[in-house]
Design a protein. Structure first.
Length: 242
């Protein structure tokens, strides 16, 4: 059976590393982006030069019509999605009283709404085939909370709840749903914290460094192949959280 993966937000960072790892595992991969077209195309070209099958598709995951169009195109050009990785997300640091309502809504629309839209788009085929795998990206801030990141932490906590609920609902249909909760990973998203803060965080991590995107990708690859594992949250944080 052909394996096709859709990795949202995969033009850079954890998403790009995950798309590359899955392509090298033999998946045909749809690389999704919202603005970083050049990076998405460069990743696709690099993977094609290695003999991998890829597709690049622009879509804002908060837009259900755009997501449906992306999934239909993936089905036409690569085959039905057998693995969905909900990686696309946005973050922001702000004291709770300063969060604007539109910022709060946008965070939920992308981080949680994106999962909702993508799962709904790929689910009909998975239900028909009685098979499939969904992996959602949460965060240690979704399992423990973080000061000045109430909106982000709330969305990531909700993703844990969605994962566990969907896992229970879809297991009788042969569909597995799991979650990866990264710690502090060295990507563009965390650079806004500043070098001093990142260095301090690294000192607090038992392994003594920030994580690499490729190390989160390894966790996704593991869960994609872990046929008796569902409803789990795999924390990958270098021992940061107890």
């Amino acid at each position: 059976m052909k394996r096709t993966a859709l990795v949202t937000g995969s033009s850079r960072g954890i998403g790009a590393a995950t798309a590359a790892a899955l392509a090298r595992e033999g998946y045909a991969v749809c690389i999704n982006y919202i603005r970083q077209r050049e990076k998405a195309e460069a990743l696709a070209a690099r993977l094609r030069s290695e003999g991998c099958q890829t597709l690049v598709c622009q879509a804002d995951v908060s837009d259900p019509e755009a997501v449906q169009a992306m999934v239909r195109r993936t089905e036409r050009e690569l085959g039905p999605v057998t693995l969905l990785v909900n990686n696309a997300g946005i973050a922001g640091q702000m004291q709770f009283q300063d969060i604007a309502p539109e910022s709060w809504r946008r965070m939920f629309d992308v981080n949680l709404g994106g999962c909702f839209n993508c799962v709904q788009a790929v689910l009909p085929h998975m239900l028909h085939e009685h098979a499939g795998c969904i992996i959602n990206l949460s965060s240690v801030w979704g399992t423990h909370g973080a000061s000045c990141e109430s909106a982000y932490s709330s969305t990531k906590h909700a993703i844990v709840g969605l994962t566990k609920s969907l896992a229970a609902e879809l297991a009788p249909s042969g569909i597995r749903v799991n979650c990866v909760a990264p710690g502090v990973i060295d990507t563009d998203m965390v650079q806004v914290l500043g070098r001093e803060t990142l260095d301090q965080l690294a000192q607090e991590i038992p392994l003594g460094r920030l994580g690499r995107p490729e190390e989160i990708a390894q966790a996704v690859v593991y869960l994609a192949g872990a046929s008796y594992t569902t409803g789990q949250v795999l924390t990958v944080d270098g021992g940061f959280m107890p």
